[in-house]
Design a protein around this ligand. Structure first.
Ligand code: ADP
Ligand code: MG
Length: 152
């Protein structure tokens, strides 16, 4: 099941960063946050703000060529995945996906829809969309709670 919990409109990358930073401040560990949206909508900007809220001091970039980047400098570990180039979900197990998802830290996954079949039963989905009629830098961020998934 999926339930929308919030819809936030931002007008520039700083507002998206700030929205994410506030979410990151509340993270306690064990959360799985799936970032969905076309290329260039702001998934990595969101990840950067979220990491800031967790207290990560390293600079956060898209881990496109490594699948996962682990940041340990914050209050809790942050596991940042970008699965855009993943061949199939099997590759995720090879990089230790399950140890991360069921670990002590908070997991952020860019392009999570590509590995939907192996996502946990519960997660938070962040959908970022452009609306060009509202301006080039406008984004709509829809936050949903996904739970009681049938397949896992
Ligand atoms: P993705 O990871 O989804 O491919 P990025 O976060 O790497 O996207 O890039 C988003 C781009 O869009 C950045 O250049 C950012 O400055 C720009 N941008 C413009 N407006 C916004 C906004 N409201 N929120 C987030 N990013 C924005
Ligand atoms: Mg990205």
């Amino acid at each position: 099941m999926e339930e929308i919990t919030d819809i936030i409109e931002t007008e520039n990358d700083r507002e998206t960063y700030e929205t994410a930073r506030q979410m990151g401040e509340k993270a306690t560990g064990g959360e799985v946050i799936c970032l969905t949206g076309d290329l260039g909508t702001g998934k990595t900007v969101f990840a950067q703000g979220f990491a800031d809220g967790v207290g990560v001091t390293e600079s956060v970039n898209s881990p496109t060529f490594t699948i996962v980047q682990v940041y340990e400098s914050g209050r809790i570990p942050l596991y940042h995945f970008d699965v855009y180039r993943i061949g199939d979900s099997e590759e995720m197990f090879e990089v230790g996906f399950e140890e991360y998802v069921y670990g002590d830290g908070v997991t952020l996954i860019e392009w999570a829809e590509l590995i939907e079949d192996i996502l946990p039963k519960e997660y938070t989905r962040i959908l970022i969309e452009k609306d060009l009629s509202m301006g080039f830098d406008h984004r709509r961020i829809t936050i949903s709670r996904v739970y009681d998934r049938q397949s896992n």
